[in-house]
Design a protein around this ligand. Sequence first.
Ligand code: ZN
Length: 237
Amino acid sequence: MRKIVLTTTAVVSVIGLIVVWPQAVVRMLRALFPNVFWDIRTHERVIAITFDDGPDPAFTPKVLEILRKYKILATFFLVGERVRRFPELLQQIQADGHDSGNHTDSWRRTIQQSNEEFARNLICAEQSIGLRSAPKLFRPAGGMIRAGQIQVLRKHQYSVVLGSAYAFDPYRPPRKYIEWAIARALKPGAIIVLHDSGGDRSKTVEALPAIIENALKAGFRFVKLSEFLKSDSCPTH
Ligand SMILES: [Zn+2]
């Protein structure tokens, strides 16, 4: 139960930990942590869809095929060591025009890493993924991060992206549940969090067409996160 609660929506507590909390707290947190994004600040009917933990030879190509079919651009939070193992999948993600973000260098939880370790892993993943210019996007592995690690990210010009629509798909709930959980969390600016790696993600892949169709039917448009999350550290010319 604790695990589930910790991965829903994130909050920065007084002790400097981002843990998970009901959505009501998010507004207050925004003011405190302007570089941490739970959703997109907009009244337009735009949403973003994101995929964590890949790339994965079994599931990423299927996800890409579905996204291509619906002409939707997504954001993939990629794991450095997997990118080095499957460089052709990174190429495919980027060739299709999707955003790639940093999800550290392995599946190991971010919060379990010392700040030094974390900084090293961040850079390894950054180089493997080929993230060069701002806005650089980061999502902590395991959904939690310490305040000290946020400082490291700030130094390296990252925006921290969590999310607002979760289906707990790593726990492999039924396809119908995944569809329902995402549909009920749709609102302007929602950031959908799904997983295309880290285990059997066939339920996620099965649910994806209905997730997209539900959103389109409700008048939402999908956008890449980079269109919205501009970094404040690098001026663009
Ligand atoms: Zn992850």
